[in-house]
Design a protein around this ligand. Structure first.
Ligand code: MN
Length: 277
């Protein structure tokens, strides 16, 4: 098994190395991670300056580890297209210290690294722990290693990722594993306004979580119930419920009388226009 490991907490993060050591028992592990913490940078990529991938020496050995001066999505893109000698069987992002649930996945660098793996056609996992307690990392790493073997032996649909969140509980108190959908994680008082020493305003985004536990089967509800949450995810954000409704609006009819305006030339045909295919 060949695994690409990345994260958004940076190449020095404990969650990355606890997982790296555990995965090394069952896989050939390549690490490509940001050279500093890049949490909450979403799926951004670097296109206006050069990227450098510096090979990192660990315990006196130059391992297959690279520190990249870019985002988590940059790291996975570079790994898949330039750094790894062969494509990995799995892309894993984590272990993040802090949950990535519901709407937070849109801002998450952890989830975005795994999403980049999924876009690249490699089965991918994002793994987050709903805690900053590093003593919980070994169990989270062991569960991740177990999950890797399951994914590879059973297979998953291409271009999907599994978003894994572990609760802030000692292993003996975990209530089970729930297969979930994305819930909502909303924040109250998300923007704090303060004043700097010169009297000018500045702002912090740091809200108080107001979870919606009411959504049955959501990742948020699973964590609140003390369970490990597994959400299969895809980058297709289309709202299919709205597709059929929008087709009935027949917006293409507008083109008939308005085609003439766009280039000053007569339209090819002057029919009222067909709905766009
Ligand atoms: Mn992070």
């Amino acid at each position: 098994m060949r695994v690409l490991l990345s994260n958004d907490d940076g190449i020095l993060a404990e969650g990355l190395h606890v997982l790296r050591r555990k995965l090394a028992e069952i896989a050939e592990v390549y690490v490509v991670a940001p050279d500093r913490e890049r949490s909450a940078c979403g799926h951004s990529i670097t296109v206006h300056r050069p990227l450098r991938a510096q090979q990192v020496t660990l315990d006196g050995v130059a391992g297959p580890l690279w520190a990249v001066n870019g985002t988590p999505a940059d790291c996975v893109k570079l790994a898949l297209e330039a750094l790894l000698p062969e494509p990995p069987d799995l892309v894993i992002s984590g272990i993040n210290l802090g949950a990535n649930l519901g709407t937070d996945v849109l801002y998450s660098g952890t989830v975005s690294a795994a999403m980049e793996g999924a876009i690249g056609g490699v089965p991918s996992l994002a793994v987050s722990l709903d805690s900053t307690d590093t003593t919980l990392l070994p169990f989270a790493a062991a569960f991740t290693a177990f999950l890797c073997e399951q994914v590879l032996s059973r297979g998953v649909r291409p271009y999907t990722l599994l978003n894994v969140n572990l609760p802030n509980l000692p292993p003996a108190q975990i209530k089970g594993v729930a297969i979930t959908s994305l819930g909502w994680r909303r924040y109250e008082k998300a923007v704090h306004r303060r004043e700097d020493p010169r009297g000018r305003p500045y702002y912090w985004i740091a809200g108080e979580i107001r979870d919606d536990y009411g959504l049955d089967g959501s990742d948020v509800a699973a964590l609140a119930a003390g369970k490990i949450s597994l959400t299969p995810m895809h980058f297709d954000l289309t709202d299919y419920r709205l597709v059929e409704q929008l087709k009935t609006w027949e917006l293409g009819a507008w083109l008939g009388p308005h085609r003439r305006v766009s280039n000053g030339r007569p339209p090819v045909e002057d029919s009222p226009g067909e709905p766009l295919a």
